[in-house]
Design a protein around this ligand. Structure first.
Ligand code: HEM
Length: 260
């Protein structure tokens, strides 16, 4: 039997996965489920592409990494734009099924946390929110001590003649990426002397700014939907989310902007 679109994509299985918890089903719960599942699929792709960036950095493949960052950047723009769709749901409509979420929250998205950990935005304390034995929690635990994308970026810089301070190579991998003055000097030199690498550095800055943009749009979505209420995940809600705004993933890239 020739392969069909539906069997190739396992559509029967995929389309059976949107099951509202409200009974009878509240109209907007379908939107809520679909949008979160779509986010998780994009997170899956992001993780796949970020793994490629790591390999490209370590093998010194500048054009390979530029092509992949361009794709990642467009995925992120799509993630930000999708918030517009969810913002068509009013607070009243969300309230018709919010209690069915119980303690479930996007805060528990292991793939989102994996994206942060892969890039180098690591906080070991986050692991306590993911129960041991959970498949996602095990992956997250492994990611915490794997070399981050930024560690692989050091390999790329080394291939371009940048000496990497031994302290950066030996650092505790469970900690977030540290800004470093020597790396910043090297990045400035590359911006001025290597226009091809400058394109890559700008794409990394785009990604960093894009994730901060997602955080901002998510906080505003939360504020307009639940105001000052606590989150289903147990946090104070908007005030908690505001703390992560404006935190760069690649601090070295931001520290040099005024010196260009
Ligand atoms: C009506 C829509 C939404 C509301 C009211 C909402 C609310 C919240 C709240 C209050 C938190 C803080 C943790 C808590 O106490 O629960 C949170 C965290 C989070 N949400 Fe949402 N959210 C919404 C939609 C989304 C969507 C569509 C996504 C996409 C996957 C998402 C992903 C996340 C993530 C990843 C976090 C953790 C952020 C971090 O720790 O930096 N949320 N959300």
């Amino acid at each position: 039997m020739p392969l069909t679109y539906s069997r190739y994509l396992k559509l029967e299985e995929l389309l059976a996965l949107q099951t509202p918890a409200s009974d009878p089903p509240e109209h907007d719960e379908t939107l809520f489920i679909v949008i979160h599942q779509v986010y998780e699929l994009w997170f899956k792709l992001l993780l796949h592409e970020l793994e490629k960036v790591k390999r490209d950095y370590s093998s010194g493949d500048l054009f390979g990494t530029i092509a992949t960052w361009k794709r990642i950047r467009m995925v992120l723009k799509t993630l930000v734009a999708q918030i517009d769709v969810l913002e068509t749901m009013t607070p009243m409509s969300f309230l018709t099924f919010r209690d069915r979420l119980d303690t479930a929250s996007g805060f528990q998205s292991t793939q989102f946390r994996e994206v942060e950990f892969v890039i180098g935005h690591r906080r070991a304390g986050m692991l306590q929110h993911y129960p041991a034995g959970d498949a996602g929690a095990e992956r997250l635990r492994e990611r915490l001590t794997q070399r981050s994308l930024y560690d692989h970026f050091y390999d790329f810089l080394e291939g371009r003649g940048v000496p990497i301070p031994p302290a950066l190579r030996a650092r505790d991998r469970a900690l977030p990426t540290e800004p470093n003055a020597d790396i910043q000097e090297a990045l400035l030199r590359l911006y001025h002397g290597a226009p091809d690498v400058a394109i890559l550095l700008e794409l990394m800055t785009d990604f960093d700014e894009g994730l901060q943009e997602w955080r901002y749009r998510h906080v505003k979505l939360v504020e307009r939907t639940i105001g000052a209420k606590k989150g289903t995940g147990g946090s104070p809600g908007v005030e908690f989310l505001k703390q992560s705004l404006f935190k760069p993933l690649f601090p070295d890239l931001w520290a040099i902007r005024h010196r260009m």
